[in-house]
Structures are given as structure tokens and as C-alpha cells.
Design a binder for this molecule. Structure first.
Ligand code: FES
Ligand code: FES
Length: 216
């Protein structure tokens, strides 16, 4: 069987005369922290224009339910398969890919979002049970173009490497601060222990949460 890619799947060649400056690690970090990856913003703006904020159909076929919820300040009504997780609803139906899928089993925290101000693992939360709730994802943290203080602190502290866990870490950190579990680095570690960082950036993550909590 041929494994050749169809012509349309082959990326166009780069022009010999073209050159683009390679992003520095710091510019990558700044972009990644702002919206959980620049791809996120592109996905939201360019990938979901066909999904109106008022109504969208998430999945065909029973069993399904209609649910209305507010995501990052925008009211959305959707008919979703009853088995759809909040994470899949956000990523696959609303184009909000900042929330990451790691284990998809509640063990890594990469999918952490806020529901009515409380941190949840979106991969374990059924979307159809969220009627009337307010969901905040990494895309909704910045206000009027200004980063949330914890997003800024992650940049200032250089609190990540690959960035995959970062959106979940930041949402969890926001929850941790709101809950008041920030009296010591040990307490922050305990209450952030559900968020795994394979790059091992824990010291800097704790420092970012601690410095942000201190500015409250
Ligand atoms: S993807 Fe949800 S906890 Fe790992
Ligand atoms: S920065 Fe790579 S997993 Fe946390």
C-alpha cells in the first residue's frame, strides 16, 4: 500500500530567499503564556467563525442534551452528546484549544479550568451538566489586552519549558490564590499537587503563584 501523501498534504517548499527570524525562547514563552499558545488565538478567530456564540451543534445522534453555559463571558447554547466532556466541548466544538488534554483521566491537571470560580478537571466534567454555569479558560484570563497577573508572573519567573502544562497550571494557580491556599510554598505545592509538570518547573511555578498572591 502506498504511503505517499496526497499533493495537497505536502507542505509548500520554503523559498530560498526567504528568511524569518527564529523566535527566541523568551518570545515563545510570552506568547504561550498569554493564550496557552499562539495557535489558540488563531483557532478561536479563524477556526470557529462558523460557530455562532448563540448556538452550535456539538454532535449528532442520541443520546444528547441541550445546554447553555457562559464561556469566557460569551453565552453559548449547544446540543451535545451526553458523554461529551467539558474539555472536548471547549477544544473540539468551541475551538478553545488552550486547555490541554494530557491524561484525559483526571491525573495530570493539564485540562484545569474554572467553573463558577472553582477549579475542575475539564476531562472529567460532563458538559451537559454545566447548565447555567460560567466557565473560564486560559483564553479568558486576560482583560482588555492585559495579562492576568499570574500569566505575567509565569513570564517573569520563567515558569515553564515546553508550556504544555502551563494553561492548567495558571488556571489552577488562580483557583489556589482565590481559595487562599498560599500562606507558604509548601501550602501552594500541596494545593497545586494535582497539576503535573513533566519539565519539572515546580520551583518557579510556586514562586509565580506566591508572588501573585502577595500582590493581592
Ligand atoms: S487531561 Fe484532564 S487531568 Fe489530565
Ligand atoms: S512546562 Fe513542560 S510539562 Fe510543564
Amino acid at each position: 500500500m502506498s504511503t505517499e501523501l496526497p499533493e495537497s498534504a505536502v507542505p509548500p517548499p520554503t523559498g530560498a530567499g526567504e528568511s524569518s527570524p527564529a523566535p527566541t525562547r523568551r518570545t515563545f514563552i510570552a506568547t504561550s503564556t498569554a493564550v496557552g499558545g499562539a495557535v489558540v488565538a488563531g483557532g478561536v478567530i479563524g477556526g470557529t467563525s462558523f460557530i455562532g456564540p448563540e448556538e452550535a451543534t456539538a454532535a449528532d445522534g442520541p443520546p444528547s442534551s441541550r445546554v447553555s453555559l457562559t464561556v469566557n463571558g460569551t453565552r453559548r447554547t449547544v446540543t451535545a452528546d451526553n458523554r461529551t466532556s467539558l474539555l472536548d466541548l471547549l477544544r473540539e466544538h468551541f475551538g478553545l484549544t488552550g486547555s490541554k488534554k494530557g491524561c484525559n483521566a483526571g491525573a495530570c491537571g493539564a485540562c484545569t479550568v474554572l467553573v463558577d470560580g472553582h477549579r475542575v478537571n475539564a476531562c472529567l466534567t460532563l458538559a451537559v451538566r454545566l447548565e447555567g454555569t460560567e466557565v473560564t479558560t486560559i483564553e479568558g484570563l486576560a482583560t482588555r489586552g492585559e495579562l492576568h497577573p499570574l500569566q505575567q508572573a509565569f513570564i517573569d519567573e520563567d515558569a515553564f519549558q515546553c508550556g504544555y502544562c502551563t494553561p492548567g497550571q495558571i488556571l489552577s494557580g488562580v483557583g489556589c490564590i482565590q481559595e487562599g491556599h498560599t500562606d507558604s510554598p509548601e501550602e501552594i505545592r500541596e494545593w497545586m499537587s494535582g497539576n503535573i509538570c513533566r519539565c519539572g518547573c515546580y520551583v518557579k511555578i510556586v514562586r509565580a503563584v506566591e508572588s501573585t498572591a502577595g500582590r493581592k
